[in-house]
Design a protein. Sequence first.
Lengths: 81, 421
Amino acid sequence: MSENITIRLNGKQVTVPAGTSVAASMLASGEPCRTSVTGEARGPLCGMGICFECRVTINGNRHSRGCQVQCEAGMDISCDD
Amino acid sequence: MVVGGGPAGIAAASVAARGGASVALLDDNPGLGGQIWRGQDRVSRSATTASWFEEINRSNVNWICPAQVFHVETGRLLAESPEETQEILFEKLILATGARERFLPFCGWTLGNVLGAGGLQALLKSGLEVRGKRIAIAGTGPLLLAVAACVREHGGEVVCIAEQTTHIKFATFGMSMLLAPGKFRETLRLGWELKGVPHWRNCWPVAALGKERVERVRLSHGGRIKEIACDYFACGFHLIPNTELAEYLGCTIQEGFVVVDEQQQTSVPGIYAAGEPTGIGGLELALIEGQIAGQAAAGKTVVHQKLLKARAASQIAVRAMEKAFALRAELRNMADADTLVCRCEDVSFERLRGHVSWREAKLQTRCGMGPCQGKLCGPATEFLFGWDADSLRPPLFPVRCSSLAAIFVNTDPGARKGGTQ
């Protein structure tokens, strides 16, 4: 995990070590992953693909579980609704 | 066919392949290893771990990840990967589906930076940076200690470990570890690594406080209330096995665990289970059960006596652990009226109170009907209200419409053959 890559999180450029999961990068940068049905901001909870709290839109694909996807250079990640 | 690429699944697939079977292994994570071996590179692997990875890489096991199994029936299962939906036909099936954390709702648990204990560990292994951050850990079970050690390894500061069980029960757990040599060494190692970390018994969360993210946690400790400042709050109440696929297939489940015989075979012939689904036993037991299941599924019915003995010893420790970390009744009061119990559909404790069953609550409030399909709130409401979350239906996870349609399509003769044994 030495090499760094640049991704976009909710429109902001962020640099993370290669191999970082999308959920870990969202959490570390303080960005929420999704908005709940009553409007609360939510972030990762279970870290292992069960809870669906970290679902985000990755390169236009909605409802992707951030904890199950590794960041790739140039990836565009935004809050899911 | 093996479902689950953690230690039990890797051992089962490797041993079955060694026995001459044609084996496929599916896992929903980006790589093999499961939760415990998640994100370990070649350098950080222990000798045991490295040898299992070597064996599976050398074997003819066809492993596919990420592939999420969402449906299974006799002789056939369906899995979704990012690009396609796969139908795999099998003769024998080994379920090594692992466990997930039990979450119990408390005030403020939906705030940012409030995570599961195992959840935090999984995220640390997936690159979460915690250097210089203050982390409070709460809940129950030996996992809390492992998580605390993992936080320190990653440069974070563990401000407290709040364990809900009593001093006596915790001490009994420590004694029982003497019976399982591997676990005893592990316990000693954790004790050494966590020197100086406040470790409280009779202590549980009352609330997570903060604006957008958690800033402080309020804990009940021996009848007094205390507040601790933190940047992350990791809270988990031991583990519950993932038994859904076994339930789909009609395997007998007792007290939440899949019932297996000496060969790790479930009540359904040809279906085996290994690792956490048969009892929360940790790494050593998972590897043993995986090997036994792999041998049996490959047609080798005489199981090595050494494996059977090791399994019996580990199972004693498992039962001791269940007793030591049983949930105390006070944990039912951690949620107040407004606390959300179902995080997918935002259903509060108040709205659930008064219903008589899981089914009624679902119909009236949508509790358990969101994307997690009750995997979080099912166990929570079982503890809070005594409901049995009994309405399990495929798909196991939300899937694309095309995948959903595949459940009802007649078996394609050209479908991929996964395992012939």
